[in-house]
Design a protein around this ligand. Structure first.
Ligand code: ATP
Length: 297
């Protein structure tokens, strides 16, 4: 018997970053949108905890107990006093270290799959609490749709979205480490007063209306300057998407994946073709959102 869970990637349509807190984390106002690019996590009983991964970026995924899927299984098993003896297989389509919460997706997926396999019957609240322990982006991977995250990004409020938004994602030649991007944010912020991070009302209204032009005018990412500082070549990818007619071009989360908002699926295909031809990125994908969060198949 096995259980498979499908989990989407995310794009941050707003990522407002506050000053570093005494614990080193940053307060965020983070507006997440789940998009239709998915990892699938399959859990099967086994003699001991084991992780395997397939997909284009599989070689970059750790297969030991640092893998977020393994950490999720260990966390649930520890709470129930049971042995975490499962084989976790990840079919990975979300780029690794791309700022699209791929590892977080696997953590949320493994948690839901283990809960089903073991019949542990965790409540939604308990699942969300375990997700928040695993990482700031993991709760959103569980719930999907669109949400505002505050705190470290893990305190979520669901948002209404009045339509489907069409995106193009350009994957970069190499990854960027999220902690390194935050460190660069702190370095660039030195000596400056950093405002409290707050969600933009214009952005929330644009989401609620399903208005792509209004959303394009409102998207912001405070991690874009530090990501560009560490990875200057991303400027050429952003320019190529803009030139191809994207309504908005931005770094996705901590990068280095870049995200391009388009008016409809047809426009997305055109921007995707132009980005592929530009030679400024590794691969290009289209995906629409919002989509549902972690789902048992
Ligand atoms: P985020 O958008 O949440 O900042 P990300 O998408 O940029 O994250 P991930 O793909 O989650 O980045 O991977 C970041 C690092 O986490 C990887 O380099 C890898 O070492 C580690 N990692 C742990 N578990 C996983 C997993 N299941 N899949 C991918 N990476 C994982």
């Amino acid at each position: 018997m096995s259980v498979t869970v499908r989990v989407p990637a995310k794009v941050n349509v707003q990522l407002a970053v506050g000053a570093a807190r005494p614990d080193g984390f940053h307060d965020l106002a983070n507006v997440f949108l789940a998009v239709g690019l998915y990892d699938e996590v399959t859990v099967t009983p086994a003699d001991e905890l084991r992780v395997t991964c397939a997909g284009p970026d599989a070689a970059q995924v750790p297969l030991d107990r640092t893998n977020l899927a393994a950490r999720a299984a260990l966390a649930l098993a520890a709470r129930r006093g049971i042995e975490p003896n499962v084989h976790l297989h990840i079919d990975k389509d979300i780029p690794v270290a791309g700022g699209m919460a791929g590892g977080s997706a696997d953590g949320a997926g493994a948690l839901l799959a283990c809960d089903r396999l073991w019949g542990t019957g965790a409540s939604r609240a308990e699942l969300l609490a375990i997700c928040a322990e695993l990482g700031s982006d993991v709760p959103f991977s569980l719930v999907g749709g669109a949400a505002l995250g505050v705190g470290r990004g893990e305190l979520l409020t669901g948002l209404d979205v009045g339509g489907t938004f069409h995106w193009v994602f350009a994957m970069a030649e190499r990854g960027l480490s999220t902690p390194a991007v935050f460190r660069e944010f702190d370095r660039l912020a030195e000596g400056r007063q950093i405002p409290e991070p707050v969600a933009s009302q214009d952005l929330l209204d644009a989401l609620a209306k399903g208005d792509a032009d209004a959303l394009a005018a409102a998207v912001t990412n405070d991690l874009q300057p530090p990501a560009l500082s560490l990875f200057p070549e991303l400027a050429a990818t952003l320019a190529a998407g803009r030139d191809a007619g994207a309504l908005a071009s931005l770094v996705s989360g901590s990068g280095p994946t870049t995200a391009f908002l388009t008016r409809d699926a047809e426009a997305a295909e055109k921007v995707a073709e132009a980005l592929t031809a530009s030679g400024t990125c590794r691969t290009v994908r289209t995906a629409a959102g919002p989509v549902a969060g972690a789902t048992v198949l």
